[in-house]
Design a protein around this ligand. Structure first.
Ligand code: MD3
Ligand code: FE
Length: 200
């Protein structure tokens, strides 16, 4: 496994998970999940997305970027809830606050191909990932696409910190195991990633 990867299995108890789902419901009222599209091809993602924070990650025909406004509503993203800020402070060992919380929703058959998160101005800060809902088969490789991959099942309440070299590693979600959690009445999985986008 690449250096800088930290896996906190069952970091959040059921009560903390339910509280984060309540936060998510509020965020999604203010900033609805939308279907991003691929640069150039305009092909839709299978994952639905929204964001909280001063900046949100978006993708459309013109490319990947961070922006302060929801691409459909044109409104600012809601603030990152305080319980998420607390998790960041507890696990990230980063002095700076996160600026973006990307919210991915995986419904039936959704997956995320292998990629590197490199749209940020700085890779000094780690990315903190929080899983809620159904189990996901996650893979993390190395700095090159062809490097060997390790597969891990991410469960509801798991937290992963990607710092150091792992921050620039290829990773993705192979599949979601439907019906493995009843945290979400609609089924599926939410992943929240807390990110620093700009330098200090
Ligand atoms: C490893 N999300 O949003 S989270 C993403 O479960 C993303 O939705 C996946 O990849 C998901 O970009 C995986 C774990 C994760 C997040 C960021 C990383 C792993 C990472 C950044 C660098 C290396
Ligand atoms: Fe990623």
């Amino acid at each position: 496994m690449i250096k800088g990867y930290q896996y906190f299995s069952a970091f959040l108890d059921l009560r903390a998970q339910k509280s984060l789902v309540a936060d998510l419901r509020e965020i999604i009222v203010a900033a609805p999940l939308y279907t991003p599209t691929m640069p150039v091809s305009g092909r839709p993602f299978s994952v639905k997305m929204t964001n909280a924070g001063s900046l949100g990650w978006v993708s459309d025909k013109s490319g990947y970027r961070y922006q302060p406004l929801h691409p459909v509503s044109g409104r600012p993203w809601p603030a990152i809830p305080s319980d998420l800020m607390d998790i960041w402070r507890e696990v990230s060992q980063c002095q700076m606050d996160p600026q973006a919380c990307l919210i991915n929703y995986y419904g039936n058959g959704a997956k995320m191909g292998s990629h590197v998160d490199k749209d940020e101005e700085t890779f000094e800060a780690p990315v903190v990932s929080i899983s809620l809902g159904d189990d996901a088969v996650f893979h993390v490789g190395g700095l090159k696409r062809a490097d060997a991959k390790t597969r891990i099942v991410l469960k509801s309440g798991d937290v992963v910190v990607l710092g150091g070299l792992a921050r620039l590693a290829y990773h993705g979600i192979d599949r979601i195991k439907a019906g493995t959690s009843d945290l979400l009445q609609e089924g599926g999985r939410f992943n929240l990633t807390l990110r620093r986008v700009t330098r200090s």
